[in-house]
Design a protein around this ligand. Structure first.
Ligand code: CA
Length: 367
């Protein structure tokens, strides 16, 4: 028998045998399984933030029936907090989570996808990402880093922070040592403050010892847990610097793009489900924590004076434009953000804002 004929016969024979076996049997195709690692910027067990990452990994496992299994590592467990972006970009690990403003040193444009002082709130951001061009621009910004971003839910409006001394005029920021990240930190620096970047784990000690005069962290839930009320007397609102900070999940682009389409759809759906879960947790738990701070710990809640906010707002616009001028993509993202914010802001003025003005707060803000 010639070699070609032999191969032909074997080929036909194999196909026939396979066909016989398959008849009447379930069509079982061995599906590829993926074992991934996820690195986050959050301390272990940090409520909502790290919990949310654990939840996402579990949901992707459930929804793919175990085809994608993700092991989650908190900050420092596999890579340091602020190296998760690079680790996923390099492909050392497949997934990461953080807040985009942490990566401002790599590309200024990223800051618009997490928090803009006096910018959009959680609702506005969700509208921008899912009803506007926000997510497309985010993908465009992350693509050169070999990353695919997905919105990871919002903290809602953050608190303005804890101050050892009262802020009565804009000049009270002069010489103030404050822990405040992102574009908001650049605004405080413009107002004459000294911005200190303190990791979450060291904030309380630094504030208590007077290494810093003021700090912001997240909101009532997380601030209560850190015990910040024991280190500073005045709790300011609102968080003008982080009006709806969005968190993020990011995937190695090469890994994501090579997935079967059904798995890509599942990941997108799981991220969107988690996005809602994160904001819902913040909204549900911040209210109760605020009541505890006021009623049990007798915290003095103070609103920033209107004139101070006006001055900060003006400085924020200058900071945004300065940052936007640094790269073409930052300019493009800033313009798109401003345009969208104007449209949703106009609607928000006659909807949300007008509504909030007519409802009575459910409890006194004074302790
Ligand atoms: Ca914050």
């Amino acid at each position: 028998m010639k070699r070609r004929d032999f191969l032909k016969k074997v080929g036909i024979g194999t196909a026939a045998a396979a066909a016989t076996t398959v008849v009447g049997a379930p069509a079982v195709i061995a599906q590829k399984k993926y074992q991934w690692k996820m690195v986050t910027t959050w301390p272990p067990k940090l409520p909502v933030l790290q919990d949310g990452c654990e939840r996402l990994a579990k949901r992707i496992g459930e929804l793919t029936d175990g085809r994608i299994q993700i092991q989650v590592f908190a900050a420092g467990e596999l890579v340091p907090a602020l190296e998760s972006f690079q680790a996923v970009s390099d492909g050392t690990v497949e997934v990461g989570s953080g807040a985009a403003y942490y990566w401002a040193g790599k590309e200024p444009a990223v800051q618009w996808f997490s928090a803009v002082p006096f910018g959009m709130n959680a609702q506005g951001y969700a509208a921008w990402f899912h009803g506007g061009d926000g997510l497309k621009l985010w993908e465009e910004t992350y693509a050169p880093f070999n990353l695919v971003p997905r919105p990871g839910g919002s903290t809602g409006v953050q608190m303005g922070g804890w101050f050892r001394k009262q802020i009565n005029t804009i000049d009270d920021f002069k010489g103030l040592k404050m822990r405040i990240p992102g574009l908001g930190g650049k605004v405080v620096a413009k107002a004459g403050g000294t911005v200190v970047l303190t990791p979450g784990g060291e904030i309380f000690t630094n504030l208590e010892r007077g290494v810093i005069d003021a700090t912001e962290w997240v909101g009532p839930l997380h601030d209560l847990r850190l015990g910040l009320y024991k280190a500073a007397k005045y709790y300011y609102y609102p968080g003008w610097h982080e009006p709806g900070t969005y968190l993020e999940y990011f995937f190695n682009k090469k890994v994501f793009d090579s997935l079967p389409k059904d798995l890509q759809h599942i990941i997108n759906a799981a991220c969107m489900e988690n996005e809602l879960w994160v904001l819902s947790q913040f909204e549900a738990q911040n209210g109760a924590a605020l009541q505890e701070l006021i009623n049990v710990h007798k915290v003095e809640l103070v609103q920033f004076p209107a004139e101070v906010l006006q001055r900060l707002s003006k400085m924020a616009q200058e900071v945004n434009e300065e940052e936007a001028a640094k790269t073409p993509i930052a300019k493009k993202v800033n313009e798109a953000f401003k345009k969208f914010a104007r449209v949703v802001g106009t609607w928000g003025t006659v909807s949300e804002k007008a509504y909030y003005n007519i409802i009575v707060p459910p409890f006194s803000l004074k302790g």
